[in-house]
Structures are given as structure tokens and as C-alpha cells.
Design a binder for this molecule. Structure first.
Ligand code: HEM
Length: 761
């Protein structure tokens, strides 16, 4: 037995833990410098500046371009150790990609607690208000291979690794709060079904193919998840603009051992926003790295994305009263039944220095927890607790925990030894119960204690009857959607099932959906040409609430910020001064302003007073990369824009994709010339004053604006940094800038959609 009472050692351990705690706490002196970043810099960073090139064994090289040969035209010699060293390593550069979630992007940052939660949990990040904990967060798609496109219709992974002074805590969630299956034993099957067809490995990164729909239509427990994945949730505008969910019920355990149940939520401060389907498809082709780029560029530009961590905390007794089982991962807890309490925020403020070493080698695992966090008997979670480390031993190797990105920032002391690529040199005995090292390392007395839940039951490979309702929450989700969102869900089912040739599978899905909503099932049947569904047989069970507002992206948004949105100003030589007025307001509100023109040459304004350097050309950019468009006036500018088809296509496509558009003065002619049928501002006629700025269907127009004109619009005049409440700055303002900023904040002009669908481009 280890001698737990040995004095000196325990105080040494306590001191070490205390020092680690202090250093984590005081680690955020300046941006990005968390304790983890300091550790990485210390242990792993290589700076090649002014360095001499060597082999991997350190021998300096005198040539890089020619291998050793027997004469300049002779055969290469195997004796060339520099060649062998380089080539043999190159031949082994790739490691297996993740079996799921292979495509991902990550960033460093920190978590900051809003309050002291120690009455609820002893988990280190919540120890006191303001406490900061370093973290690394990886977002991913599920089905695609490592090189697949970003904006495919798919669930997104949302993994957060917190480096606490009590060890690493991994929260390995998704951007959807429920899952396809209830028991992890089915996971390989659902993944085989969603991955490409086995005979030809087609299609890449999408569920729109027969094997997926064959499986899910035979697996009714997937119905709720199907509603989510056919919704706009699976087309996020940006990784910065999606939610995260821990999905399972976990435990919070306080220092006294009292446990409560919890569901974890991440809410983006940037708002939750999605692409529309046509936009997602075009983005896949034009910039398959759109999400990766967006995250990287915004962090590089200092526009750090933030999420708030929310907890739904409840007791076993409360859970017993709800009409669903909280151990069933195909169910969520409506927020009306158990409100979300926001307890802290995550800020991502630093890009990785090397993708492979950090993002690719990071290993997340829901079973990596710290004291204060515990598991429940959710059978999906239980299987995950085995699967992640198992696959990581295979993907990364026996000692993957020692890789710099996976290393905790607290001391790691154990008796694990050996294994491939061991990097630790540990002196002393390699077993517990030793006397030669006075029993060290030994038990701290503050270590992890599993919640002593009492369990009893017959060994049985069966499913709990409480998991049996597969449709009531699917219906709750569908009923909570706006009409716009319902139509998107319908269209997504029709699109996906149109890629499934077998009418039997199509019919099964229609009949499955009939238990959710008969008009939906009927509409899909009509569009697919299958038999209309019969009268539904399933009687939904009331879920404690008829609709739940936060399930709808459209209903749950504050529309109060344009921070991080990319606004394109399309211009040619001779633009008017409205550009300057708008740029200031956009920048003050935290938006990115992109100048787009025909060539990269600086573009002079009408007065010849100043020039603007384009960030992009029309030819080498795409409407899909921008959130909104501005067309200034100026006769020469507008005439030149009208003769440039690439510019006009961007505007028409922006209109089709429901993005905010603003045109002023002569710029309005472009709106009418490309046939966008929206009400526009009118110039002053004989005896009639100009109309004030007009906003209709997300298109803002104004005449006589900019210095030198009769200013109908007024600039918002937001002070720099006034990014927290756009509404407060724009509400009630009649000016064109205020109207445009409000339209951008709405992200999409949903009322334009019926009109936009008719635009041919
Ligand atoms: C609620 C359900 C689930 C969620 C939210 C989820 C989430 C995730 C996420 C976010 C990742 C990517 C981790 C990263 O960023 O590196 C991942 C990877 C993975 N998941 Fe899951 N998953 C779920 C269910 C399962 C189940 C049931 C299994 C198997 C029993 C499983 C096995 C795996 C494996 C093997 C990986 C690859 C890990 C690696 O190679 O590093 N997942 N999962």
C-alpha cells in the first residue's frame, strides 16, 4: 500500500498543484499568452530564423538539390544519408485521418468564468469569478475525408480541450443537441451508412446517397436528428456562428460529493447564422476552405470569436417527471422546462502555428474529465468513453497524450512506461507500493472520485422502454420552426431523397415523417412522386411545451451585431463620397470592409481627391465570400460597373442569397438594370423632395447622399468600439447607413426568398 500519510511528499504535491494553479490563473497577461501557449513555446517551438540546415541527426548540409551520384549522369548512391533521411521521413508523413470528423480547424483561446460555481461543481474552471483557463477548440465536419469541402450539409463537431490545473477536461460535442442513435453499438453502422457508398466511394462528405437513407429509414430513433440535419443548422455561415452542445447528460459534482445533472451549451456571441442551400453548394466549389479560412482570417485580424457556456442544471427527481429520458441522446430538454444558465465565455484568440502538430494531432475524448465532472449511464456516452482513446492509440500512437498539444499544463506523474515514441525519461521505480521512492508519486487525497451511483439490474442487451418515443421531439422541433425554416427542411428532404433511386427507401422516409407532420410528409411525397402518406398512426406525447423558441435559428437571434461580417464595396474609378461615409460606420461596428474592383490598381474617387486599394478583383473573388454589398454612386463608376458582368453577377447572386444590398445615388441604376424587383428611393422631381432612404426586402436605396448632395440619409455615427449594441445605435434612425447596418445584422432578408428563388444565376 502506498503510504498516503507520508508528510513532506503530500505537501510537496500540494505545493506543485498550487503553483500550477497560480500559473494557470495568472497566465493571461497579454493576448494569446495562456499557460498552454507558454508551455508549447517552451517545449515544442522551433524557430528556423537564421538557422543552418541539417539532417534529422544534426549534420549540417552542403547541398539540397542534387543527390549523391556516381558521376553527374550516373546512378544515385544509397550511401547518400541526407537523401535517405529526407525521403524516408517524407514517405511516412501522413498518419491515419480520424475515422470520423476528419476535416477540422482549430484555435487556441481561454475560458473565463462569470461566477463562482463551487457550490455546484469542484471543476477547476469554475472556481471563482473571472478565472481564466487556457483551451484549444477544434471544429469539424463528420462524414467527409480530411480534404473535403467545408460547407457541406453535415453535423459539425465542437470539441473544447480545457487545460486546467487539475488536468485536461475535454468537452466533445456537436452543433446539434441530439444524435442519430441511442446506443453506441450502432455507431459504426450509422457511420458506414453516411460515408460514401462502399463500391465506388461516392459521394464525398454528404448524406445525399442511398446507403444513408436506407439505414436511417430502417432506424426510427434517427428521426429527431434527421429533422435537425435537414434544417439550416447543418449549413453554418461560419464556424464562428454556430452553437455547440455536449449532447449527453453529464454530472456536476461539488466538493461535498453532491451531484446534479447537466447539459452543456455553447452560444456564439456572433449570433447563429446559416447559409442557404444554393450558396452552400456554390461556396463548396469556389472556396472549399471557406470555414477554415474564415476562422483563421478573423483570428489573425484580431476579430476574436466568443461563445458563452450555458448549463441546464437539474436533479434526478426533476428528470423523472419529464416525458422523455435524459439518458437518451435523441432527446433534448426544452429550455422552457429547464432554462440555460450562462456561466462563462470562451474566447478564441490565437491560431495554431502548425496545422499538423496542433490541429491534426489533437486528441479529444469525452472521457477525459477532471474532478467535479462525471458521467451518466447514457448508452451512447458509455460507448464513446471506450472508443475515443482506442482510436487515438491507433491514429496517434501509444503515447499520444505526450504530444505537445495534448499535454496537460499540470504535473503528470504515473507508472506508465515504454510504448512507441516514449519521450519521457523517468527516474526511479515504475510501480506503486514502492519503498525506494517513499511511495511516490502517490495519492493526493484530492483526486478524482466517481459519483457513487447505485446501480442494479439484470445483464441484458435490450433498450429501455423509456427510449421508445422517436417522434414527439421531432415534431416539437418541426413545430418550433418558422415557415421559412419549414420550407428549407422540406426542400432538403426532397433534394437528398432525389439522390436515392430506390422508391422503397423514399417511401419509408415519407412514412417515417408522417409521424412527425403529415403536411410535410405529403409535400415531400408529392415532390418525389411517391405514394401520399396514410393517416398518421402515432400519437405525439406532449413534451411539456408545444413549441420552443430557441430551436429556431430565426426566432432566437438578437440581430444586434455586424461584427465580423464581410461587406463588399464594389467600385470603379469615379465613385462618390458615400463610400467614405459608409466605411467609417462599418468599421466602427466591427465589420470587415472589402474593396472590390476590376483590377488591383488603386481606384480614384470622382473628385480625384483620394484612392482606395482593392482587396479583391471581381474576377478573383466571389459573391459567396461576402455578407453584404454596397454600390456607391458616381456617373463614371456606375457606367463602368454596368459594363462589367463579373460585378453584376456578384450583386445578382448576393440578391439571390438574401444578403443585404445597398445602392445610393446613380448606383441605384444597377439594381433596376439587373431586374431586382424591389421598391427603391426616388430622386427629387419637379417640386417633389427626394424620398428618404428606402429599405425593402433587405435592399436599401437612397438618393442625394454623400458630401455635396442634399443629405437625405444620415450616418449612424457609431463611435469606434460601439459594437455591443447595434440596435441602440441604429434604432429609429431614418438614414441609409443605419438602415443598411440593420439589414446586415439580420443576416438574411427572409421575406425576399420567394422572389430570390426566381433569379437565374
Ligand atoms: C453525441 C454523440 C457524439 C458526438 C457529439 C461526437 C462528437 C465527436 C467530435 C466532435 C469528434 C471530433 C473530435 C476532434 O475534434 O478531434 C469526434 C470524433 C470521433 N468520434 Fe464522436 N461523437 C459522438 C458519438 C460518437 C460515438 C457513439 C462514437 C463511438 C462509439 C464516436 C466515435 C468517435 C471517434 C472514433 C472519433 C475520432 C476521434 C479521433 O480520431 O481523434 N463518436 N466525435
Amino acid at each position: 500500500m502506498a503510504d498516503n500519510s507520508t508528510k513532506g511528499v503530500s505537501s510537496m504535491l500540494a505545493n506543485a498543484a498550487g503553483q500550477a494553479a497560480d500559473s494557470v490563473r495568472g497566465a493571461l497577461g497579454h493576448i494569446g499568452q495562456t499557460e498552454k501557449i507558454k508551455q508549447l513555446a517552451h517545449s515544442a517551438h522551433i524557430d528556423n530564423t537564421a538557422a543552418v540546415l541539417t539532417t534529422s541527426f544534426g549534420t549540417q548540409l552542403s547541398t539540397t538539390d542534387d543527390s549523391l551520384k556516381a558521376g553527374p549522369r550516373g546512378p544515385s548512391l544509397i550511401e547518400d544519408f541526407a537523401f535517405r533521411d529526407q525521403m524516408a521521413h517524407f514517405d511516412r508523413e501522413r498518419i491515419p485521418e480520424r475515422v470520423v470528423h476528419a476535416r477540422g480547424s482549430a484555435a487556441h483561446g481561454y475560458f473565463e468564468a462569470y461566477e463562482d460555481l463551487s457550490s455546484l461543481t469542484r471543476a477547476a474552471p469554475f472556481a471563482h469569478k473571472g478565472k481564466q483557463t487556457p483551451l484549444f477548440t477544434r471544429f469539424s465536419t463528420v462524414a467527409g475525408f480530411k480534404g473535403s469541402a467545408d460547407t457541406v450539409r453535415d453535423v459539425r463537431g465542437f470539441s473544447v480541450k480545457m487545460y486546467t490545473e487539475e488536468g485536461n477536461w475535454d468537452m466533445v460535442g456537436n452543433n446539434i443537441p441530439v444524435f442519430f442513435i441511442q446506443d453506441s453499438i450502432l455507431f459504426p453502422q450509422v457511420i458506414h451508412a453516411v460515408k460514401p457508398e462502399p463500391e465506388n466511394e461516392i459521394p464525398q462528405a454528404q448524406s445525399a446517397h442511398p446507403s444513408f437513407w436506407d439505414f436511417v429509414s430502417n432506424t426510427p430513433e434517427s428521426t429527431h436528428m434527421l429533422m435537425w440535419i435537414m434544417s439550416d443548422r447543418t449549413l453554418p455561415r461560419s464556424l464562428r456562428m454556430m452553437n455547440g452542445f455536449g449532447v449527453h447528460t453529464f454530472r456536476l459534482i461539488n466538493a461535498e460529493g453532491v451531484s446534479k445533472l447537466v447539459k452543456f451549451h455553447w452560444r456564439p456571441k456572433q449570433g447563429t447564422h446559416s447559409l442557404i442551400w444554393d450558396e452552400a453548394l456554390k461556396t463548396n466549389g469556389r472556396d472549399p476552405d471557406a470555414h477554415r479560412r474564415d476562422l483563421y482570417v478573423n483570428i489573425a485580424n484580431g476579430n476574436y470569436p466568443e461563445w458563452e457556456l450555458g448549463l441546464q442544471v437539474f436533479t434526478e427527481e426533476e428528470a423523472a417527471k419529464w416525458p422523455f429520458d435524459v439518458l437518451d441522446s435523441t432527446k433534448l430538454i426544452p429550455e422552457e422546462l429547464c432554462p440555460v444558465r450562462y456561466v462563462g465565455k470562451m474566447v478564441l484568440n490565437r491560431n495554431p502555428d502548425e496545422f499538423f502538430a496542433e490541429t491534426e494531432q489533437s486528441a479529444f475524448h469525452p472521457g477525459v474529465v477532471i474532478p467535479g465532472i462525471g458521467f451518466t449511464n447514457d448508452p451512447l456516452l458509455q460507448g464513446r468513453l471506450f472508443s475515443y482513446s482506442d482510436t487515438q492509440f491507433y491514429r496517434l500512437g501509444t503515447n499520444y497524450q505526450q504530444l505537445p498539444i495534448n499535454q496537460p499544463v499540470c504535473p503528470v506523474r504515473h507508472h506508465q512506461r515504454g510504448g512507441a515514441m516514449q519521450t519521457r525519461i523517468v527516474k526511479g521505480p515504475n510501480y506503486v507500493h514502492n519503498t525506494t521512492n517513499k511511495g511516490c508519486p502517490f495519492l493526493s487525497g484530492k483526486g478524482y472520485v466517481h459519483h457513487p451511483e447505485i446501480v442494479e439490474g439484470a445483464k441484458t442487451a435490450t433498450r429501455s422502454a423509456s427510449f421508445g418515443d422517436h417522434y414527439s421531439q421531432a415534431k416539437l422541433f418541426y413545430d418550433s420552426m418558422t415557415e421559412t425554416e419549414k420550407l428549407h427542411i422540406q426542400a432538403a428532404f426532397v433534394f437528398e431523397l432525389s439522390k436515392v433511386a430506390d422508391p422503397v427507401i423514399q417511401q419509408r422516409v415519407v412514412d417515417q415523417l408522417n409521424n412527425v407532420d403529415q403536411p410535410l410528409a405529403s409535400a415531400i411525397a408529392a415532390r418525389l412522386g411517391t405514394n401520399p402518406p396514410a393517416a398518421p398512426t402515432f400519437k405525439p406525447v406532449f413534451q411539456g411545451v408545444a413549441t420552443s423558441a430557441n430551436l429556431s435559428i430565426i426566432n432566437s437571434q438578437a440581430y444586434d451585431s455586424i461584427a465580423g461580417r464581410d461587406v463588399a464595396i464594389l467600385l470603379m474609378p469615379g465613385y462618390d463620397s458615400s463610400v467614405h461615409e459608409l466605411r467609417g460606420a462599418l468599421k466602427a461596428a466591427g465589420a470587415t470592409v472589402s474593396i472590390v474592383s476590376a483590377t488591383p490598381a488603386p481606384v480614384p474617387d470622382a473628385a480625384g481627391a483620394s484612392t482606395l486599394k482593392p482587396d479583391y478583383t471581381f474576377f478573383a473573388s466571389s459573391s459567396t465570400q461576402f455578407d453584404a454589398f454596397f454600390i456607391p454612386g458616381g456617373r463614371k463608376n456606375v457606367d463602368a460597373l454596368l459594363s462589367d458582368a463579373t460585378a453584376l453577377v456578384q450583386i445578382a447572386e448576393g440578391f439571390k442569397h438574401l444578403k443585404a444590398i445597398c445602392a445610393v445615388n446613380e448606383g441605384i441604376e444597377i439594381i433596376t438594370r439587373i431586374g431586382l424587383q424591389v421598391p427603391i428611393a426616388q430622386a427629387a422631381g419637379a417640386g417633389a423632395a427626394a424620398t428618404s432612404a428606402v429599405e425593402a426586402f433587405g435592399v436599401v436605396t437612397a438618393v442625394g447622399v454623400g458630401a455635396g448632395g442634399s443629405v437625405v440619409g444620415t450616418a449612424v455615427g457609431m463611435a469606434a468600439g460601439a459594437t455591443t449594441s447595434l440596435k441602440a445605435a441604429t434604432e429609429g434612425k431614418a438614414g441609409w447607413v443605419a438602415k443598411f447596418l440593420t439589414a446586415i445584422a439580420k443576416h438574411k432578408a427572409w421575406d425576399r426568398e420567394p422572389m430570390a428563388m426566381k433569379v437565374v444565376c
